[in-house]
Design a protein around this ligand. Structure first.
Ligand SMILES: NC(=O)c1ccc[n+]([C@@H]2O[C@H](COP(=O)([O-])OP(=O)(O)OC[C@H]3O[C@@H](n4cnc5c(N)ncnc54)[C@H](OP(=O)(O)O)[C@@H]3O)[C@@H](O)[C@H]2O)c1
Length: 276
């Protein structure tokens, strides 16, 4: 694929950035749609973030994704924040429009889109959110807006309480997580537990309601111990890689002018990259 002088440019800003799968994901779409454009890994030290974001605007980039550790700094550098990012309290997607930096957050909509792609209606019943970090906030707000009754359950009670206040929902003590499964239609692991290098999430599914859907947003490994245990019990599962793919759609569409499709081919390409 050749670039012309008109090529549209975007990328992912992180430190480090080498672990990011976003260049592979956006690169696959650029190739699929024959777009004159590029999506680059941009390794930027925390101290340089604001200067580099402003420089990208001046260099004619269309925008960028923002990953660890820049999500708070990204909020501060934006000239305008979308309602979604305001509610999520974080920015993961920057769009540069006529010199203005607009910050959006696509994690919540990406999670809901992935649920729907698995045939799960987010409003079908009460949802139990395990975790109260950045991803939990975006997902909790999105689930609530989609019509679900959300309950937050987190190791640190203060963070559970604070997030429940943001969402406008109830919260439970961490020790109540197993028994709470009996009263919920959906449970979502938004903690970092189960991720490669972390201990597994300690959750017993013995009391799970019959139709419980078990979603995990961890995607390394693709099949977490939680999802494997749910499948053994015959419960429906929703994996985290799909959320990563769906959350990338709005950025690609804004930067490159094509709304891309998330399908099995894309899943296979990014999954193979993760396993390599
Ligand atoms: N699929 C996707 O597209 C996607 C998108 C975003 C994030 N993620 C994944 O989601 C996970 C969370 O990300 P984040 O940015 O929300 O992280 P974060 O803000 O650091 O939050 C981490 C959460 O995990 C909990 N936790 C950590 N260790 C624990 C333990 N030993 N026992 C119980 N709870 C524990 C924390 O509880 P405390 O409050 O008690 O510390 C907190 O609720 C990561 O694995 C990330 O890779 C996936």
């Amino acid at each position: 694929m050749y670039l012309t002088g008109h090529a549209r440019l975007a990328g992912v800003i992180g430190w480090p950035v080498a672990h990011s799968r976003s260049p592979r994901l956006h690169g696959a779409w650029l190739e699929r749609y024959g777009i004159d454009g590029a999506y680059l890994p941009l390794a930027v030290r925390p101290a340089d973030f604001a200067a580099c974001a402003r420089a990208l605007v001046r260099m004619g980039f269309a925008g960028a994704n923002v990953t660890i550790p820049h999500k708070e700094a990204a909020f501060a550098v934006c000239d305008r924040i979308t309602d979604g990012a305001q509610r999520a309290g974080a920015v993961n997607t920057l769009m540069f429009r006529d010199g203005v930096i607009v910050g959006d957050n696509t994690d919540g909509t990406g999670f809901i889109a992935n649920l729907r792609a698995h045939g799960v209606d987010p409003a079908a019943g009460p949802a139990l959110l395990l975790g109260a970090g950045g991803a939990a906030r975006a997902i909790g707000v999105a689930l609530s807006e989609a019509g679900a009754t959300v309950t937050v359950c987190n190791r640190s009670a203060e963070r559970a309480m604070a997030l429940a206040e943001v969402i406008g929902c109830r919260w439970l003590d961490w020790v109540a997580r197993d028994t709470a499964l009996a009263d919920h239609a959906l449970v979502v692991n938004t903690t970092s537990l189960g991720m490669k290098g972390q201990p597994p999430l300690d959750l017993s599914l013995r009391q799970a309601s019959a139709g419980l859907v078990v979603a995990d947003i961890v995607y390394v490994p693709l099949q977490t111990a939680l999802l494997a245990a749910a499948q053994v019990r015959g419960l429906r599962t929703v994996e985290g890689l799909g959320m990563l793919l769906h959350q990338a759609v709005p950025g690609f569409s804004a930067w490159f002018g094509v709304t891309p499709t998330v399908d099995d081919d894309l899943y296979r390409i990014v999954a193979a990259d993760l396993m390599a």
